[in-house]
Design a protein around this ligand. Structure first.
Ligand code: GDP
Length: 432
């Protein structure tokens, strides 16, 4: 999500204006402890557009003088911002400190929205116009106290923020879409037959064409699911040469259409390279995942113990995925698939508010700060969830964070928020 930094001198009505922007729709307004002693981040929504508001806290003038202090504060806020809201007190006019900030903002090249605050009635609007002198474009007269002008101001803010990125995955109405994946002979068609039973119905791509039916609606656990791209399964194609190549094409196509994948593994045999490749494809496609161990009816005690060890050794990277032990042949535990699918899909769409996320981040980073790199200690500033399906997080920091530290953060995120059954992505944005 884009970040709006709010800067301004003390007593210009900054906090009141921030509250105005957050409005009643603001989720939980929480402080950001630890990481950002001088900054607070909030979730805001205007006209359906979500963004993060970073309020730069108050400060006291020091020996170097107020103007220098203010400029420095503004500079720090710009590190993480996509746009800036600069608040000026219209009843006072542009002060030296305001001009110092204006110079910093100008140099930053960031889009700036200038709020001429404390314009409580139409008489103040002439005073607001004098703020053109700051060279930051049109001053927006507002009264953060009474709400006057705040709609126009918010519109201007949305204009200044970068355009909304499209969610990576578009929501389509109708049944949730499942890809049933796995190497040949693992039991995909058997499982589909078992699940479909008599309730099988084929979904034709375009009525009247000779194309193969592509998807199948199957009722599992009292809910209708769309198993995508099952044509190959139904026909029980047994490709001879190039089988792997074709099955990986099929896997990619099914993943493209699906929200969640069931990766079917053969519990009676050791995991293969091909199993790992299919799992990797699901994770890289950013889809929710359920692991199903099939042919459970063939397992004796020995094999069961060996399998446990193999899971620990070979599937550690997807330890977060729900596992279901089934037998397509006997029907064992196939009714556990639906709850597992629901769990994974729910995690896949989970959003954590910026407030909660940063309260969490503050604690984690305070307890285990990132290791220094090249003699410099990167400072973690704050984080925001950039998207869902799958959950994507952006962490702002003053330096590169080691992959090991990102993995640590991912592990802690999973421990504290769940995310069973979904890959999550963490990227780091470095602001010097
Ligand atoms: P696909 O290539 O993944 O679609 O696999 P199939 O569904 O065609 O199954 C391959 C073979 O495994 C067939 O001979 C099935 O009868 C057998 N099979 C599938 N599921 C099970 C199972 O749960 N237990 C046992 N014992 N055999 C199974």
């Amino acid at each position: 999500q884009p970040v709006l930094a709010v800067v301004g001198r003390p007593n210009v009505g900054k906090s009141t204006l921030v509250n105005r922007i957050l409005g009643r729709r603001a989720a939980v307004v929480e402080d950001v402890p630890g990481v950002t002693r001088d900054r607070v981040a909030y979730d805001a929504t205007w006209n359906g557009r979500r963004f993060v508001v970073v309020d730069t806290g108050g400060w006291e003038p020091d020996a170097r003088g107020l103007a220098a202090r203010v400029a420095e504060q503004a500079r720090a806020a710009l590190d993480t911002a996509d746009a800036v809201l600069f608040v000026v007190d219209t009843t006072v006019g542009a002060t030296d400190a305001d001009e110092a900030v204006a110079r910093v903002l100008h140099r930053s090249g960031l889009p700036v929205v200038l709020a001429a605050n404390k314009v409580d009635d139409s008489r103040g609007e002439a005073d607001a116009a004098t703020l053109w002198s700051l060279g930051l474009g049109e001053p927006y007269p507002v009264s953060s106290l009474h709400g006057r002008g705040s709609g126009d101001l918010l519109d201007a803010i949305l204009e200044a923020l970068p355009p909304a990125p499209r969610e990576r995955f578009e929501e389509i109405d109708g049944p949730r879409r499942v890809a049933l994946l796995g190497k040949p002979n693992v039991g995909k068609s058997s499982l589909l037959n078992r699940l479909a039973g008599t309730q099988r119905s084929l979904v034709h791509d375009v009525a009247g064409t000779t194309r193969d039916p592509v998807d199948e609606l199957v009722t599992v656990g009292g809910e209708t699911w769309k198993f995508v791209d099952t044509a190959g399964l139904r026909r029980r194609v047994r490709e001879a040469s190039g089988a792997e190549y074709y099955s990986s094409l099929r896997t990619a196509a099914a993943l493209e259409a699906a929200e969640v994948a069931i990766v079917l593994l053969d519990a009676s045999e050791s995991l293969t390279e091909q199993d790992q490749r299919v799992i990797t494809m699901v994770v890289e496609a950013g889809r929710a995942l359920v692991l199903a161990f099939n042919k459970w009816d063939l397992l004796d005690e020995d094999r069961r113990l060996t399998l446990e060890r193999e899971i620990v050794r070979d599937l550690g990277r997807v330890a977060w995925a729900p596992r279901v032990n089934v037998s397509a042949a006997t029907g064992r535990a196939v009714d556990r698939l639906a709850p597992a699918l629901r769990t994974s899909l729910e995690s896949w769409g989970t959003r954590i508010s910026t407030g909660r996320l940063n309260a969490w981040l503050g604690e984690v980073v305070a307890a285990t700060p990132p290791p220094s790199r090249g003699g410099r200690l990167p400072r973690v500033l704050f984080a925001t969830q950039a998207g869902v399906r799958p959950p994507r997080f952006v962490i702002f920091s003053t330096g590169f964070l080691e992959p090991a530290y990102r993995r640590f953060l991912e592990r802690r995120l999973r421990e504290d928020f769940g995310f069973a059954g979904t890959p999550i992505e963490i990227s780091v944005r470095v602001r010097e």
